[in-house]
Each structure stands twice: as structure tokens, then as C-alpha cells.
Design a protein around this ligand. Structure first.
Ligand SMILES: Cc1cc2nc3c(=O)[nH]c(=O)nc-3n(C[C@H](O)[C@H](O)[C@H](O)COP(=O)(O)OP(=O)(O)OC[C@H]3O[C@@H](n4cnc5c(N)ncnc54)[C@H](O)[C@@H]3O)c2cc1C
Length: 484
């Protein structure tokens, strides 16, 4: 009898686990049957590409799909689309599934016959859902017309329908869309602001605090200034707490305290929360952020594995639990889970919090990246770092100052005063800034000191870098400031 692996969720984490389980099983001569259930009609798509689809860089939804359902099936996976898992019985080793009546945001499936799928191993890869305030939904749980998050391919289709009546989404309109409001100033908020400005919409971004709250405020202020230079109105002290709607129910504005910010469409970028109700109902423990708590082999209970956005990860620096819902981790964690459940031995080595985005619109080109804990995280006793953290902001250029490719770059370095260890790097600047974060992330990964980074043999030629790379200059200055 082959072992039965059931995977819940057929996107990045789930399909990585499914394919890896097959590969590892084959390698070890173990007969493994992999069944994947997916609530929606979409599999293995790049949510990361959605803002660029809305902006006009991507031809269609199919272009965002890395592997189709047919390709997964051809590889030997029993992939059951539009099938929702409704219960897990860990004692009986059974998942209950039924056809999904609704693939949207709200509400469980309402019809269809339930069947039980027995498993030897179970992978939970149910992902995360966008945080959605109650005011964004109507009383029947659907989106207020004109309002939407950005998470699924259905969201992308709906956005194209909202904006110009194209796409295959359910929401079609001939109304003129001139003003967009983005609620939330994080990665998705910035990316949607870029999309709206590039589409010629008058755009307002509303945040409670400074934009990009995962960076230090001095870097957030640089991004803020760049957004304003591109014509985006940035409302930085506003907690959006309601909507104004017209007689036809369509949104006309976002309320933030005493202000009403007019908008024909509203994009929500308020962060994500792990989709773990099913796991919780099965009795699996959850962490402070509501995510599953896998061990480094991604196991959450004997024979039960978790991967991707439904999980909290372990911070590589400090070892504390942290919720970082990113595709990079989902793919790696899925691979680790798939390897281990088929008898292999793999470990997920933790997260640094490395992330990158950009705002390129309205004559501005801003690249934004970070790695390592923020100042607050590094100083927080609960993170276990307890470091005496020093931070230093250095302004430099992305190429030799005399070259036309030279653009300003701001590099913020965090280091531990006692050990001189590099703790974090944050970057904001022009073209050529963003991917420099990988130098910093590599250094952090290897527990380098600021002196190590200052001494590294990095590349230089005038069109690419000053003779000292900007990350290196910042670390050298930090080393100097710490004394010898
Ligand atoms: C707009 C946007 C931009 C992003 N940009 C980046 C980026 O630039 N870089 C980066 O690293 N990451 C980015 N991400 C994050 C990245 O997309 C996610 O981390 C990744 O998709 C997580 O994959 P996952 O498989 O864990 O979860 P998901 O992609 O959420 O997939 C989970 C799947 O499980 C299914 N499911 C849930 N419950 C059930 C159930 N009970 N039964 C059946 N099926 C179920 C869901 O329908 C879903 O298809 C971005 C995300 C968004 C939304």
C-alpha cells in the first residue's frame, strides 16, 4: 500500500511540498500518493505579480501561473481543485472535504457532499488572508463595491474589472474611476500606489504611522517624500475606520478620524493573518500571531506538517517566533516538509526578515529593502536579542558619483555595540539600490560583524558602485563609530 500524503492548499507552500514528497519518495524507493485539495480554481500563481498585473506589466492571469493544474497532475499529483477541507481528525488520520461552493474571501462552502480522505502524512499549507476590517464588507460578507484587497488571482481579475471593465472578474462597471485610495503603507500598499499612479489615477495613501513601518521612520520619511514627489497624497496620521458610500452602494470615500478621503476605488493593504481555523479546530497549537508553530523540520504534530503563510517562523537572529508571510519562505518550507515526510532530513534555517519592493511611477524610482530585526525588535527583551543596539544612517550613491548611473542611496545599519555584530540593514534609494540587500542578508546569515562586511571583497567598477560599496561604507562607518 502506498503512503497517502494529503496537502491542504495548492499554492506556493502546498505544491512545493507535494512535488518534493514525490521526488524524495522516488529517491528512497517509497511509494507515495499525493492528494492536494484546493478551495479555489487557481494553483501555483504569483500573488507577488498582482500589483504589476494591475499596473499593466503582465499580459493576463495565465502569465502569473507557474504551473497549471494539468501540469501538476501530469507530474503525478492528484490535485482536486474547488475542493475545500472542512475538518481534520488527527486521531482517525482523516481530512473531511467537500466541493467548494464559494472560492471568495468570506463564508464557508455551502453545498456538496462531504467525503473523508485518510492520510499517513498531512501538510497544512492554507496560507494567509488579508486583514479585512468589517467596514470593507457588506452585511452579506461581500466586498463593498469599489473596495478590495489584493491577494488572489480573483482579486487581480476584479481589480481589472473595477478599473477598466477588463478581465474576467465578477465586478464590471462603466463608471469613470479617477481617484484611488490605498489603505496601508506597507509593501502591498506601496505597490498598489505605484499601479494606480501608473494608470493615471489621482492616488491617496492612508497609514496610521509613517509609511513602511517595517523600516525605521527616517527611511520611511524618504519614501514618503518620494511618494509625494510622484503626486501621491500621503495621509500619515489616519486610521481608516469606515467608508462613505453612494446611493448605489459604491464607495465614495474612506473615513479616517474626522477626515473623509474621496475615492472611486479603495485598495486594502493592511497586512495578512494566518488562515489556521481548521488547524485550531483540530487542536493544533497556534502562536501569538495565530500561526502554526512548526519545528525546524516543519513538523507541527507527529506526521502533520505546516508550511508557508499559515506558519510562524523562527528568527535566525534571536531565535524568537515571527510571522513573515513571504513567498521565499513558503517555497523553502514546503520543500523541507515534503522532504521530511517522505523520509528525508531537511531543516528550515530560519528567517532574517529580508524583503524588497519599489515605487516606480510619477517620475520617481524608489527601491526599498530590509533585512534583520528592526531597532525596536532588536531592543525588545522578548526577542531574546537584548542587544545594546546602535544605528547609523549613511548617505551614499549607487555608482561612482561622476557617473550618470549614480543615484542617492540611504543605508541604515544596526549593530550590537558589545559584539560588533551586524544586526540589520535597511536601504532606500534609486535604481541599483534594492538587490544590494542580499550582500547584507548574506553577511547576517553568516553572523558577520560590521568589520567583516567592511573588509569583504565586493565588486567595483564606476557604473556599478563607488569604490567602496554603499553597504560596505555604512558598515565601515559603524565600525569606526564603535571604536576599536
Ligand atoms: C500582492 C502580494 C504581493 C506579494 N509580493 C511578494 C513578494 O514580492 N515577495 C515575496 O516573497 N512574497 C510576496 N507575497 C507573499 C506571497 O505571495 C505569499 O507568501 C505566498 O503566496 C504564500 O504561499 P502559501 O502557499 O503559503 O499560501 P497561499 O498563497 O495563501 O495559498 C494557500 C492556499 O490554500 C488554500 N486553502 C486555504 N484553506 C483551504 C481549505 N480549507 N481547503 C482547501 N484549500 C484551502 C487557499 O485557497 C490558497 O490557494 C505577496 C503577496 C501578495 C498578496
Amino acid at each position: 500500500m502506498p503512503e497517502r500524503v494529503v496537502v491542504i492548499g495548492a499554492d506556493a507552500a502546498g505544491m512545493s511540498a507535494a512535488h518534493q514528497a514525490l521526488r524524495e519518495g522516488r529517491r528512497r524507493g517509497r511509494a507515495v500518493d499525493v492528494v492536494v485539495v484546493e478551495r479555489t480554481q487557481d494553483t501555483s500563481y504569483s500573488a507577488c505579480g498582482l500589483p504589476y498585473w494591475v499596473a499593466g506589466d503582465v499580459a493576463d492571469d495565465a502569465t502569473l501561473v507557474a504551473r497549471t493544474a494539468e501540469q501538476h497532475r501530469a507530474a503525478g499529483i492528484d490535485l482536486r481543485m474547488a475542493t475545500v477541507a472542512t475538518a481534520i481528525d488527527l486521531d482517525q488520520r482523516v481530512v473531511t472535504v467537500r466541493p467548494a461552493a464559494d472560492s471568495g474571501l468570506a463564508g464557508p462552502a455551502q453545498d456538496g457532499t462531504e467525503t473523508d480522505l485518510g492520510f499517513d502524512s498531512l501538510v497544512l499549507a492554507t496560507g494567509a488572508r488579508p486583514k479585512t476590517p468589517p467596514w470593507a464588507l457588506t452585511s452579506d460578507g461581500s466586498w463593498v463595491p469599489g473596495v478590495r484587497a489584493v491577494k488572489t488571482l480573483d482579486d487581480g481579475r476584479a481589480w481589472l474589472s473595477l478599473l477598466d471593465g477588463q478581465g474576467s472578474g465578477a465586478v464590471r462597471t462603466n463608471r469613470a474611476i479617477r481617484k484611488a485610495v490605498v489603505v496601508g503603507g506597507g509593501y502591498i500598499g506601496i505597490e498598489m500606489a505605484e499601479a494606480f499612479v501608473r494608470r493615471g489615477l489621482s492616488t491617496t495613501l492612508v497609514t496610521i504611522r509613517e509609511v513602511m513601518g517595517t523600516l525605521e521612520p527616517e527611511l520611511g520619511r524618504l519614501i514618503h517624500a518620494g511618494l509625494e514627489a510622484a503626486g501621491v497624497e500621503v495621509v500619515c496620521s489616519g486610521k481608516a475606520d469606515g467608508l462613505d458610500v453612494g446611493d448605489d452602494g459604491w464607495v465614495t470615500g474612506v473615513r479616517a478620524g474626522s477626515r473623509v478621503i474621496p475615492g472611486d476605488v479603495v485598495a486594502l493593504g493592511l497586512g495578512a493573518e494566518p488562515a489556521t481555523e481548521l488547524a485550531a479546530a483540530a487542536g493544533l497549537p497556534l502562536g501569538a500571531a495565530g500561526g502554526l508553530l512548526p519545528d525546524p523540520r516543519q513538523e507541527v504534530a507527529p506526521g502533520v506538517w505546516g508550511a508557508g503563510d499559515c506558519c510562524e517562523s523562527i528568527a535566525r537572529i534571536g531565535g524568537y517566533r515571527i510571522f513573515v508571510p513571504l513567498g521565499t519562505h513558503a517555497n523553502k518550507q514546503g520543500r523541507v516538509a515534503g522532504t521530511n515526510l517522505a523520509g528525508g532530513n531537511a531543516v528550515f534555517e530560519g528567517v532574517l526578515g529580508t524583503a524588497i519592493t519599489r515605487f516606480v511611477a510619477g517620475g520617481q524610482h524608489i527601491e526599498i529593502a530590509r533585512t534583520g530585526p528592526t531597532l525596536a525588535q532588536a531592543q525588545d527583551a522578548d526577542t531574546g536579542l537584548g542587544a545594546e543596539v546602535v544605528s547609523l544612517l549613511t548617505q551614499s550613491t549607487t555608482a561612482s558619483g561622476y557617473m550618470p548611473q549614480a543615484h542617492p542611496i540611504a543605508v541604515l545599519v544596526l549593530a550590537d555595540r558589545a559584539t560588533r555584530r551586524l544586526l540589520g540593514v535597511q536601504l532606500v534609494g534609486g535604481p541599483g539600490t534594492g538587490k544590494r540587500i542580499d550582500t547584507a542578508a548574506s553577511a547576517l546569515w553568516c553572523q558577520a560583524s560590521v568589520d567583516d562586511v567592511a573588509a569583504m571583497d565586493l565588486s567595483y567598477a564606476p557604473p556599478f558602485s563607488p569604490v567602496w560599496d554603499p553597504v560596505q561604507i555604512a558598515c565601515r562607518r559603524m565600525a569606526d563609530s564603535l571604536g576599536r
